[in-house]
Design a protein around this ligand. Structure first.
Ligand SMILES: C[S@@+](CC[C@H](N)C(=O)[O-])C[C@H]1O[C@@H](n2cnc3c(N)ncnc32)[C@H](O)[C@@H]1O
Length: 317
């Protein structure tokens, strides 16, 4: 959804933008190619290796990018330490980059035998191996059910427990095998690997992805100048729900996408992983408008309270 994102960010000459999930720099490259007169892109990623990769890939375009290795929850601090004020647009393209999935060697893929790590940020303290070998069956079940929406969560957790009593589960293929055995063969999904949902769940938990998103959503609108845009691409229904709610409840934002945008069939044909992508866009409203909205909300509350009071007094008579 590159062109939708570029439209959504309303890229303009002289503007300053944040790519809060730089990844391999694909979106940043598109922004700078579409509008070479952009003043600056702040490219943030929590994965130091990914940043090195993006820097090399962007070549001469990298002159317009300030690369920062940080969790996006720290964006307000990063902006102030970099001497950048409010910005014209922020992009978040959540989840995993192709580099992490295919090349990082950190066990994100069930197709390659790699250490079961799954940390995007190598400074994170908990690995996937820690989780699968230490969490209780109850906690594992909850995690796989909630983040993976996997109906076989309980059986998978039990199989993990039985297997780790014999030998610890240390590689991605080890874990994938345990999961495939836990799900009765006739119930194996036809279009995805049986371990897909469980791997997604464990990755989300290891990287605290929903907590990070929630925290970022609380502060990003204050990083935008009035008129600035916030574009968020999510891949999980729980992420999309967080974005939808935060956009609706933030008085500084006007929601520009009543319904999320989705990739067309062509894009899905080229990139299967895009099939569950959802893009939501919001615009920072100006400060006066925010105050007007807030006072409008207060007025509404007062009116509501008066109304309730009236009803109560009528009933109590
Ligand atoms: C889907 S990729 C982004 C791809 C990118 N838009 C491109 O075109 O190449 C998501 C990236 O976000 C990064 N990421 C995920 N959570 C993050 C967080 N809390 N803070 C900073 N970066 C994060 C990941 O390390 C990954 O590189």
């Amino acid at each position: 959804m590159v062109s939708e994102v570029l439209e959504g960010l309303s890229i303009r000459p002289g503007g300053t933008y944040v790519d809060a999930t730089l990844g391999m720099g694909g979106h940043t490259e598109a922004m700078l190619s579409r509008c070479p007169e952009v003043k600056l892109v702040l490219g943030l990623d929590c994965d130091a290796e990914v940043i090195k990769y993006a820097k090399a890939r962007l070549g001469p375009l990298a002159n317009k990018v300030r690369f920062v290795c940080s969790n996006f929850i720290h964006l307000p601090d990063v902006l102030s330490s970099e001497g950048i004020g409010q910005v014209d647009g922020i992009l978040m393209d959540l989840g995993l980059s192709s580099f992490q999935l295919e090349t990082s060697g950190r066990g994100f893929s069930f197709f390659r035998e790699e250490p079961l790590d799954m940390r995007m940020d190598s400074l994170g303290t908990v690995t996937a191996a820690n989780m699968v070998n230490r969490l209780s069956v109850k906690r594992l079940t909850e995690l796989i059910w909630t983040y993976g929406q996997e109906r076989w969560a309980k059986r998978i957790a039990r199989h993990i427990y039985d297997r780790r009593k014999r030998t610890p589960i240390l590689t991605s293929t080890d874990l994938a095998e345990v999961i495939a055995h836990a799900i009765p063969r006739r119930y194996h999904p036809r279009r995805i690997h049986p371990a897909t949902r469980t791997f997604q769940a464990i990755r989300i938990a290891v990287n605290r992805e929903l907590d990070n998103l929630k925290e970022a959503l609380g502060s990003f609108s204050s990083c935008l100048r009035p008129g600035g845009r916030l574009c968020i691409i999510s891949f999980h229904s729980l992420e999309d729900r967080l974005v939808k709610t935060a956009f609706r409840e933030d008085v500084r934002l006007e929601v520009l996408t009543k319904k999320p945008m989705a990739p067309g069939p062509d894009e899905i044909r080229h990139n299967v992983r895009a099939r569950s992508a959802k893009l939501r866009i919001a615009q920072r409203i100006d400060n006066d408008q925010t105050t007007r909205n807030q006072s409008h909300d207060n007025e509404q509350t007062i009116l509501q309270e008066q109304y309730n009071f009236g009803v109560d007094s009528v009933t109590s008579q």
